[in-house]
Design a protein around this ligand. Structure first.
Ligand code: COA
Length: 320
């Protein structure tokens, strides 16, 4: 889809949160039948964070984003919280975050698994096009809770964390140039977690499908924006496995020096992974004004989501 709206949005603040507890590959090596070498080579992950709650991490990331934008909860019309690990069945995790940040507006969760942040980003633009002024969008997860820590197939992959952005309405075109959201429900059994149970995953098949949907979705978003790989200054992929990212980028002809990466220190944080990688890139001066940034994710469902953003929003001092 190419976006068509008289009222777009730009990102005016961002924030992240990671719990303090670092779990290294050596920690797994000490108690599971695995090695640091196996995990590093097959996944690119060296450490991930455990602990915290989904709401607690979301509040911290959301507060950091509000502070950066010079706003308080009062200035926000709506909070969208992407998560696949809510703290409660009822109510939404967004409700607790809303109370703690003092936001007087709508609040709801979005569950599109690891594609959730990009789904939420597009939904936020839709709400802004309909008249809302400012939205707090957060991806927050406590996946360590949903993962059997005695299962070497899954425990090593996932971690906890949160990332948030504040979106503000602008007259005319905003940052979002194009997007592609999709899902294939027939593949939902490849990665699932029953209520009260742990995550099950058919790793190899998820890997194969992930590469296909990332490449296809990225191509759709770039084509809708009339762009090619050469026009993309930075790709921010879902941080699941370095080999998935490398394979997809090689098929797209995208050099790895144009790819945002935090996976080595966060593991897979599902809907928090794209905002964590985006914020890391922004703060390290990897985005300049008017750069085309491609976000692309995939996850359980099997869902996928991509978007091209032309960066007209806030930038840290120094990179203009
Ligand atoms: N340490 C050591 N060995 C392990 C292991 C671990 N942590 N986890 C699995 N193995 C073993 C397997 O049991 C298997 O042993 P076998 O050959 O004796 O049966 C062997 O390593 C190879 O397993 P395989 O599944 O073929 O490895 P792989 O190269 O496909 O890597 C994943 C496994 C999970 C890392 C990889 O498939 C993957 O990343 N898939 C995508 C998962 C994902 O991204 N999920 C989230 C989506 S949002």
């Amino acid at each position: 889809m190419t976006t068509s709206t008289q009222r777009g949005a730009t990102i005016i603040g961002w924030g992240t949160a990671l719990p303090d507890l670092i779990v290294t590959n050596a920690d797994f090596e000490a108690r599971l039948d695995t090695t640091d070498e196996w995990i590093s080579e097959r996944t690119g992950i060296h450490e991930r964070r455990h602990g915290g709650t989904t709401a607690g991490l979301a509040v911290e990331a959301g507060r950091n984003a509000l502070n950066m934008a010079g706003l308080t909860g009062d200035d926000i019309d709506f909070i969208l919280l992407a998560t696949t690990t809510p703290d409660y069945q009822i109510p939404s995790t967004a409700s607790q975050v809303q109370e703690e940040l003092g936001i007087n507006g709508g609040a709801c969760d979005v569950n599109a698994a690891c594609s959730g942040f990009v789904y939420g980003l597009v939904q936020a633009h839709g709400l802004i096009a309909m008249g809302l002024k400012r939205i707090l969008l957060i991806g927050s997860e406590t996946l360590a809770r949903l993962t059997d820590q005695d299962d070497r197939n899954t425990a090593i992959l996932f971690g906890n964390g949160a990332g948030a952005v504040v979106l503000e309405a602008v007259e005319g075109e905003g940052q979002l140039v194009s997007f592609d959201l999709g899902s294939d429900g027939t593949a939902r059994k490849l990665l699932d977690a029953p209520i009260g149970g742990y995550m099950n995953m058919v790793g190899k098949e998820v890997f194969r499908k992930a590469v296909t949907v990332m490449v296809d979705s990225a191509k759709i978003s770039m084509a809708s924006a009339n762009l090619t790989t050469d026009d993309i200054a930075l790709v921010v992929p879902h941080q699941a496995n370095i080999r998935i990212i490398e394979t997809a980028c090689s098929k797209l002809g995208m050099p790895m020096d144009r790819v945002a990466m935090v996976l080595h220190r966060t593991g897979n944080t599902s809907s928090a992974s794209i905002p964590l990688a985006l914020v890391d890139a922004l703060e390290n001066g990897r985005v300049q004004r008017d750069d085309n940034v491609l976000l692309v994710g995939f996850g359980a469902g099997m869902s996928w989501a991509s978007a091209v953003i032309r960066w007209t929003g806030h930038l840290p001092e120094g990179n203009k």
